[in-house]
Every structure is written in structure tokens, then in C-alpha cells.
Design a binder for this molecule. Structure first.
Ligand code: PHE
Length: 483
């Protein structure tokens, strides 16, 4: 009966689309290509894949199993293990709040670009006369920023109000295949342009000097990217796992999601990098890539084709962003629903979704109004508040987005995954002292008659490799923000 009031995924395909949808987001299309390009290309990819195998898949399985075992979201799952672990779940919900607030501002901006190209396809000027300088224009167009932010949040509210099966699964089952085919269309179009080859070379040319010169730098960039990209460490996959049926094969799903996510990340790179190369845009441009650089690409493409490709590209990024942001909102919504169910109340999903989204919206306002720290905006950036200038402006204080990002992605998420793997590896599994303790994850994976042959590998990873990997991420994040 309990599952009826919480809801459940309708099919394996639907669950996978939702989970892959959560994983595939701005991190794949925006972060991955430029990080790969500026960290040794193929060498980076190699490190990334090793990280996925030894850390990503392991944490993914741990989260899915924890969620399904307890039938509870981020906080409820830890409380079900022991009241003293509640804070680990709370860190996850806090991360959900912070990430969703800045993610929705970015999502709103992507929406604005998609609409801009759509309008331009029909002959109007979709970019308010600002042309390729639109990025700078939009940041100070507060009304425009707020409107896009509101619309993006409303889309999230409508989907999450629809519930697990009727909202999130339904949307993801259409959006993810659509995203995939649009991405293929862009890749093929770009591949036919003269000069595209240089972009592939930039991505795939094995350049091991990057590894030799700054091994730790490459490792921490790859680890951090993998982590955020797979939506791990903040209870998102615990939440999605809690809605899984007992006969689902967890170990198989825990492999499919990271593999699909990595493939889409590489494909995204195969669209973005060659496009920059073919249309004379610097692909080492870093974070500006998604907005400023790509707009220049489509403008240089010119004519109807440029507008059409621009629309396809930003629309697919929009779908990727929505399927991620609804998973973030669901972490918060499930937290409140679980509390209500445990108190014997009706879940009231719709009401809760609206309340939480409204709070998150307010939290995100500084991100929407500080012009990403360009200075002199409606709301001062953190460094302006603190009266800092010159070298004192660092990654953690240059804009509100980066402050939120530091707290969530930088600290809370790796810490969450670190503690989770320690709990699974040392508290819930057999150890030298407790030889006959039953391994909770193994038992959960065997539900429904599935065998779990690789459990020894998983056990070693939970005990040693994941904690070590997470410490590197934590160290790396702190260095990159404060360095
Ligand atoms: N994985 C998403 C991306 O790559 C971001 C995300 C992080 C979503 C954490 C949910 C939870 O953009």
C-alpha cells in the first residue's frame, strides 16, 4: 500500500529515461566538451572512464539500492538506517536546493536562446538587436532574466506535480529520445562542414603531456565532472531508486545510466567542438562556450540553416536541463512527502511541489540578478559586497552562482558520497571484526532472483577506492575555488 501513495515508475524504460535524463544535463553539453578539450583530450577521456568504472558505477549502485531498500528519499533513507545519519541526507536536500536555484537561472537563459532562434527562423530578430553580443545584453536585462527564470521554474512545477509516473517518467520518455535525435542531426550537419576535423582532433588527440604536467589537476577535473554529471552524492539516485519495483535489476541499471551519460557527453563534444572549429570560434573558451561561443557559431553559419541549427541545439540543451532540474526538485519534494507519509498524512504532492519551488526560486534570485558577477548589476556580486577587487576575486566569490556551486557541488556532494561509501563499506558490510554481517547492498541487489557476481569488486570499491576518490575530489574542488 505504501508504494501506492508514494507512486512508482511505470516501466524499466521509463525509469531509465528519467535517470539518464537526470544525469544528462548542462554538465554534459556544457562542461564536458570544454573540460575534455583543455585537459588533454583523449587522456582526459581515459581518466574519466576509469573514474566512472571505479567510482561512478559504484556510488550509483549504492544510491539506487539504498533508496529501493528503504523506500525513502534522500533523508528518509539515511534515517531508516540510523537516526544519526540524518545529516547526510540533509546535506543532499540542501544541495538540491542550491543547485536547482542556479540551474534554473541557466535553464531560463537556454530557453531564451531557443526562443530567439525559433523567432529568427521566421524572419524576426530574436536577439533584440544585440546579435552575437546577446549574452552580455541578457545578463543586464533583468526583466528578461526573471521572466525566463519564472517560466523555467513553472515548467518544473507542472512536471513534478504530475508525480513519478504521470509527470517525470512521461516527460523524460519523450524528451530523452527527442534530445538524442536532435543531437545526431546537429552532429551530422556539423560533420559536413569544412574545417570540422580540427575539432575532433582537439577532443581526441591523445595528449599525455597534460597528464604529465598536471596529473592531479586532470584527475580532479575528471572526477568532479563525473560526479556532477552523474547526479551523484546528493540523494538524487536514492530518491529515484526509492520509486523502483523490487524485481528491477539494480546492478544492470547502475551500469546503463553512467554508460549512457558518458556516451551523450562524448556526442555533445562531437557537436560543439567541431562546430567551433568549422566556424572560426575559439573552442578553448571555457565556460562562455554554451552561450557566447555557440551563438557566434550559429551566426557565422548564417541564414536559415544557422537559425534552424541554433534552435535545434538550444532546444535539445533545454530538454537536457529540464530532465535534470525535475530530478533536483523531486529530491526536495520527496523529502517532504516522506515526512508527511511517516506522520500518517496525505502526501499532498502538488502543494508541496509549489511551496518548495517557490522557496528555491527566491534562493536563486541573486543568481539571476547579479549579471553572473560582471559588476554593477541589480544585486551586487559577493566580491562587490565584500569590497574585494583584483586578485582577491576568486572562484568562490566572483558571482552568486559560484558561491552556490562551491557549497553544493564543491563540498556537500563529494562529502555526501564519501560518507555514504564509508557507511556502506564499513557499517553495512562484513568486515574483519564482523565477519558474518550481511551486506545490505548485496541482499538488495539479489531481490527478484538476480545474481550479483561482482559484489567483491563493489565491496573493495566502497571500502577503499570511492573514499579515496572522493577525498581527491574534495581537495581538488577546494583548490580550484580558492586557488
Ligand atoms: N547531472 C546533471 C548535469 O549533468 C546535474 C545534476 C546534478 C542533476 C545533481 C541532478 C543532481 O547537468
Amino acid at each position: 500500500m505504501e508504494n501506492q501513495s508514494r507512486g512508482q515508475w511505470g516501466s524499466t524504460f521509463g525509469f531509465l529515461m528519467a535517470a539518464v535524463g537526470s544525469a544528462v544535463g548542462l554538465g554534459n553539453i556544457w562542461g564536458f566538451p570544454y573540460k575534455m578539450g583543455s585537459n588533454g583530450g583523449f587522456a582526459f577521456l581515459l581518466v574519466y572512464i576509469i573514474m566512472v568504472i571505479f567510482v561512478g558505477i559504484i556510488v550509483m549502485l549504492g544510491e539506487l539500492a539504498l533508496g529501493r531498500k528503504t523506500g525513502r528519499g534522500a533523508v528518509g533513507a539515511y534515517v531508516a538506517l540510523s537516526k544519526k545519519y540524518k545529516w547526510v541526507g540533509m546535506m543532499g536536500v540542501a544541495s538540491g536546493f542550491l543547485i536547482l536555484s542556479f540551474y534554473s537561472v541557466l535553464g531560463g537563459m537556454v530557453l531564451r536562446y531557443a526562443v530567439g532562434y525559433l523567432v529568427s527562423m521566421f524572419g524576426a530578430d530574436g536577439f533584440a538587436g544585440a546579435g552575437t553580443g546577446f549574452f552580455g545584453f541578457l545578463l543586464y536585462d533583468y526583466k528578461g532574466m526573471l521572466l525566463c527564470y519564472v517560466i523555467f521554474m513553472l515548467i518544473n512545477i507542472v512536471i513534478v506535480m504530475g508525480g513519478i509516473k504521470g509527470g517525470i517518467e512521461k516527460f523524460s520518455s519523450i524528451a530523452m529520445p527527442a534530445l538524442f535525435f536532435m543531437l545526431l542531426a546537429v552532429i551530422i550537419y556539423v560533420a559536413c562542414q569544412p574545417g570540422a576535423g580540427e575539432g575532433y582532433a582537439f577532443m581526441f588527440k591523445p595528449d599525455f603531456t597534460a597528464l604529465k604536467e598536471d596529473f592531479l589537476g586532470v584527475v580532479r577535473t575528471a572526477a568532479g565532472q563525473m560526479f556532477f554529471s552523474l547526479s551523484l552524492g546528493m540523494g538524487c539516485m536514492i530518491t529515484y531508486g526509492s520509486y523502483l519495483a523490487k524485481n528491477e535489476n539494480l546492478q544492470r541499471n547502475a551500469v546503463i545510466i553512467p554508460v549512457a551519460d558518458s556516451i551523450i557527453a562524448i556526442l555533445a563534444g562531437c557537436a560543439v567542438m567541431p562546430a567551433c572549429a568549422a566556424f572560426g570560434v575559439d573552442f578553448g573558451a571555457g565556460p562562455g562556450l554554451l552561450f557566447a561561443s555557440m551563438q557566434t557559431v550559429f551566426s557565422n553559419m548564417g541564414g536559415f540553416a544557422g537559425n534552424l541549427m541554433g534552435f535545434l541545439f538550444y532546444f535539445l540543451v533545454l530538454l537536457a536541463a529540464i530532465t535534470s532540474s525535475i530530478s533536483l526538485l523531486e529530491v526536495c519534494t520527496t523529502y517532504a512527502i516522506d515526512k508527511r507519509i511517516d506522520a500518517g498524512k496525505d502526501p499532498a504532492r502538488k502543494k508541496i511541489t509549489v511551496i518548495y519551488a517557490a522557496i528555491i526560486f527566491v534562493v536563486g534570485l541573486p543568481v539571476a540578478l547579479d549579471a553572473l558577477g560582471s559588476g554593477g548589476a541589480a544585486i551586487p556580486a559577493p566580491y562587490e559586497l565584500l569590497g574585494l577587487s583584483g586578485d582577491a576575486i576568486k572562484g568562490w566569490n566572483d558571482c552568486w552562482l559560484d558561491v552556490y556551486d562551491l557549497i553544493s557541488e564543491g563540498i556537500l556532494m563529494p562529502l555526501g558520497a564519501l560518507v555514504m561509501s564509508l557507511i556502506i563499506g564499513w557499517k553495512l558490510s562484513p568486515t574483519r571484526k564482523h565477519r558474518d554481517r550481511e551486506n545490505l547492498i548485496v541482499l538488495e541487489c539479489q531481490e527478484g532472483g538476480h545474481t550479483f557476481k561482482a559484489y567483491k569488486f563493489f565491496d573493495i570499491c566502497f571500502k577503499y577506492i570511492v573514499p579515496f576518490g572522493m577525498l581527491i575530489v574534495l581537495y581538488g574542488q577546494i583548490v580550484s575555488f580558492f586557488g
